[in-house]
Design a protein around this ligand. Structure first.
Ligand SMILES: [Zn+2]
Length: 260
């Protein structure tokens, strides 16, 4: 096989794999195929372009609590609406991938985090098999941590950039539930987490501004505070107190610290 034929063969195999994944996901996005170039132009490639690149990871719980049913919903054009995620982590730790990392899955819906307003376009979505009330299993949290290590190193996503669906859609979504062990993820270096020993916020500290700096959409403060509480304090009340200010002061200092 000549080098040119080998390249064509590789492209054909790659296109077939992408097509198969798109079919599996029940996803309507067009499969990436061989380069599309005009026959009347000279191909003079520029390095200055981007493929779609994920910048953040969004965690969900399925609310179904039965992996086979979740897998069916996420991988078919079903009557419950067309939804998908890149990954499903089952209760025994099995990890299913449903959408290519380079493709846009449909898991976030209307959402906002910092300056990002179309999270489906900028994130990897991970569904965790859980009914929203039961604790998450050790096996699936360990599998999730392995998956986060893989994704952050392979795709260059910052380890801090791991959030919940409830964080990016306050007032609309509440997953993963308050049972989700964010502190465990933080011990492995994933997600933004405060110092173990909190110091009181200084007088005049603006908790709402800090909440916005973390990423929350504070246009409706009550729902943003409830989302923050679910994530950082495993409760869902909607007024800020001194402990919140101390947590937010710690998070703010981490975000504003010079990068190593
Ligand atoms: Zn969700």
């Amino acid at each position: 096989m000549t080098p040119r034929h080998a390249i064509v063969a590789r492209r054909t195999v790659r296109a077939a794999v992408v097509l198969a994944m798109a079919t599996l996901a029940g996803c309507a996005s067009a499969p990436r195929v061989a380069p599309q170039r005009s026959p009347i132009a000279h191909w003079t490639p520029s390095p200055n372009y981007n493929a779609r690149k994920a910048q953040i990871i969004v965690l969900h719980h399925t609310s179904i609590g039965k992996a086979t049913e979740a897998l069916r919903v996420l991988s078919t054009r079903n009557s419950e609406g067309q939804v998908s995620a890149h990954y499903l982590v089952e209760s025994d730790g099995r990890i299913d991938q449903l959408v290519d990392d380079g493709d846009r899955a449909w898991h976030a819906g209307a959402s906002r985090w910092g300056d990002m307003t179309d999270l489906n376009s900028s994130s990897i979505g991970i569904e965790i098999d859980n009914d929203g009330e039961s604790p998450f299993t050790d096996a699936q949290i360990q599998a999730l941590i392995r998956l986060l290590a893989d994704l952050t190193s392979r795709l260059g996503i910052p380890r801090q950039a791991v959030v919940g669906h409830g964080d990016i859609a306050p007032g609309r979504k509440t997953d993963p539930s308050a049972q989700f062990p964010w502190a465990t993820l933080a011990r492995y270096g994933f997600g933004l987490w405060p110092d173990a020993v909190l110091v009181p916020a200084p007088p005049g500290f603006d908790s709402l501004a800090a909440l916005r700096l973390v990423g929350y959409d504070v246009s409706t403060p009550r729902t943003a505070i409830a989302a923050f509480h679910r994530h950082y304090r495993a409760m869902e009340t909607d007024t800020l107190d001194a402990t919140d200010a101390a947590i937010l002061y710690s998070l703010q200092r981490k975000l504003m610290a010079p990068r190593q």
